[in-house]
Design a protein around this ligand. Structure first.
Ligand code: F6R
Length: 604
């Protein structure tokens, strides 16, 4: 969600903060603001719209100061106007604050503070924090921040500056914050790319911790003021990984990174001789009877492919639950249930709370993640890192294929350990998994034909995505990609469901994308597609190169290389992603930062 950057040190604080915000803009981007501390008070500049508006304003009015805090906002309470942008500052400008998260008891606090004479200047929940800190301040900023935070309920990552002190006080409850250590300077941000140019040495603040950043170092306490140790981690990837590097969009770069991502995901985890995957789990595969996968959006579609893999290869009953529902469902899980959380960011609040709910009910837990040190990583028994590298485009691409590939390795491992797969079957699957990077590279070659098809989708009133078996999930993922970055309405159905209702939507302005790679049900799919054509619908089929089972049922074929059915979602993801990408470009949309969305969804 919102992007946060703070800096204390000898560099030009405004430059450090603005550059950091630029690298976080993918998190949320409907307004931006910056406060610079001076002994007489804070100077603050805020602008609605993209960060560029703030940068233009800063060009007209450069702001220099000893330290600075900056924020890009994804609105929750109050529209994205200048006055609702962060930082929020007290009337006398002595306290300035930025916040990510939601203060749930803000209404009651606002009424009390209003009664005590505090004047509010925004509609946000966040502003109560700055008044609470002002009220509690008695010369020690970290004391005041702790006292204020003890009164609030909800989620927060906050950074607070006071004109009296050359320090920033930061705190976290649920929303992420990373602290950076430089030479005579310290940093805080909501994500690593914002500060990686300056340091690789970081600490991930934990829930309930409050830290004070000074040029010389960082000290942490809990909310009561008891000292806390901060673990220092070293970031092992380079900033180039989070830069466009000549590509027109992050999304396209990330789509083309997929062959290499899969090499990294598979890395040295597969053994041809044992027909198994080594995932370094503490879990005994025979200690579980069922699996529940919890995730949101694209990660949940990766989970749906995962369910098919786990059921087919390991014969373990598996369900996929949308995390925002599971967390309130009083789920039926026990010590012989494995709850698997899937998340690129590791910070999605619904997924975090869902896995916590499973753990509260006594389940074993595993997380499939792309983010070291993330909130979810700290809650679970086992972690499998998907090794996709930083994903910046708001629409998830490379993380999805890496998640599916991890599920395939998990299914292989469980299948071998539980005797559902023989040595020979395991070895076949290892060989097939190792082909995935090349198959994805091959699928990328189809881009020109996909771009032509995408131009038709861009003109559609609505697009239906269909698939059978493992490709029901592919269809859902394809439809989500199209709608989120092109704003063309798209819906996904199991192919066989068409005649039970959705076929009523078909006409010349409603084309169908059918994920129809070769398999035992291709003949049935062909009949369903003929039914669509007979009603004037145009059919784009993602089909297996060289297979003729569709028997002319497609108007346009987008071919992918042949692959084992359960792994085909990894390969068909490529044309689905490129269709959405090219449609978005054809419509002139903002591919990497589509409207209303944010990369890391840390609010409910
Ligand atoms: C879609 C997309 C979202 C995320 C979802 C979960 O392209 O990116 O649907 O997949 O918000 O995010 P993570 O994986 O970070 O938990």
């Amino acid at each position: 969600m919102c992007g946060i950057v703070g800096y204390v040190g000898p560099q030009n604080a405004t430059d450090v903060v603005i550059e950091g915000l630029r690298r976080l803009e993918y998190r949320g981007y409907d307004s931006a603001g910056l406060s610079v501390r001076r002994p007489e008070g804070h100077v603050t500049l805020k602008r609605s719209g993209k960060l560029k508006n703030l940068e233009d304003a800063l060009e007209a009015t450069p702001l220099a100061g000893a330290h600075a805090i900056g924020h890009t906002r994804w609105a929750t309470h109050g529209p994205p106007t200048d006055r609702n942008a962060h930082p929020h500052v007290t009337e006398d400008t002595r306290v300035a604050l930025i916040h990510n998260g939601i203060i749930e008891n803000h209404q009651a606090l606002r009424e009390r503070l209003n009664g005590a004479g505090h004047v509010f200047t925004s509609d946000t929940d966040s502003e109560v924090l700055v008044h609470l800190i002002e009220e509690a301040y008695d010369g020690d900023l970290s004391d005041a921040v702790r006292a204020a935070l003890r009164q609030v309920e909800g989620a927060y990552a906050v950074v607070v500056s006071h004109a009296d002190h050359d320090e920033l006080v930061v705190a976290r409850m649920t929303s992420p914050l990373v602290l950076g250590y430089g030479e005579g300077e310290t940093f805080v941000a909501s994500d690593v790319p914002a500060i990686l140019k300056h340091t690789r040495r970081v600490s991930y603040l934990q829930d309930g911790q409050v830290a004070t950043l000074r040029p010389a170092g960082i000290q942490a306490t809990d909310l009561e003021g008891h000292p806390q140790e901060l673990e220092i981690d070293t970031i092992d990837w380079d900033l180039e990984a989070a830069e466009k590097g000549g590509w027109p969009h992050f999304m396209l770069k990330e789509i083309y990174e997929q062959p290499q991502v899969l090499v990294n995901t598979l890395s040295d985890r597969l053994s041809q001789s044992t027909g198994d995957a080594n995932l370094n789990l503490t879990l005994d595969p025979s200690a579980i009877d069922r699996i529940v996968i919890v995730a949101a959006g694209t990660a949940s579609y990766a989970g749906e492919v995962g369910r098919t893999l786990l059921e087919r290869w390991a014969r373990i009953p598996t369900t996929v639950e949308v995390a925002s529902e599971f967390r309130y469902a009083n789920p039926i899980v026990d010590a012989r249930t494995l709850v698997v959380a899937v998340s690129q960011s590791g910070e999605t609040i619904d997924t975090l709370e869902a896995v916590r709910e499973g753990i509260r009910h006594g389940a074993r837990s595993l997380a499939i993640l792309n983010s070291k040190g993330s909130s979810i990583s700290r809650e679970v028994d086992d972690i499998i890192d998907i090794h996709a590298g930083p994903e910046i485009g708001v629409a998830s691409t490379k993380a999805y294929v890496a998640m599916v590939t991890v599920f395939a390795m998990l299914a292989l491992h469980f299948g071998r350990a539980r005797g559902a797969l023989s040595l020979e079957e395991g070895q076949d699957r290892v060989a097939e998994l190792k082909r995935l990077p090349n198959l994805v590279a091959d699928a990328l070659e189809g881009r020109p034909a996909i771009a032509a098809a995408a131009r038709s989708l861009a003109e559609a009133r609505s697009v239906l995505y269909l698939g059978r078996g493992v490709h029901v999930a592919s269809a859902k993922e394809g439809a989500l990609k199209l709608k989120e970055i092109s704003y063309v309405h798209a819906e996904a159905f199991p192919t066989g469901e068409m005649k039970h209702g959705p076929i009523a939507l078909i006409d010349a302005a409603v084309p169908t994308v059918a994920v129809a790679t070769d398999g035992p049900l291709t003949g049935k799919t062909a009949s369903n597609l003929q039914e669509i054509k007979a009603r004037g619908g145009r059919v784009f089929a993602i089909a297996t190169r060289g297979a003729d089972g569709l028997d002319g049922a497609a108007d346009v074929r987008l071919d992918v290389p042949p692959v084992e059915d359960a792994l085909a979602p990894v390969v068909v993801a490529v044309p689905l992603q490129l269709l959405a990408y090219e449609a978005s470009v054809a419509l002139g949309r903002d591919v990497d930062q589509p409207r209303n969305l944010a990369k890391s969804v840390t609010v409910e």
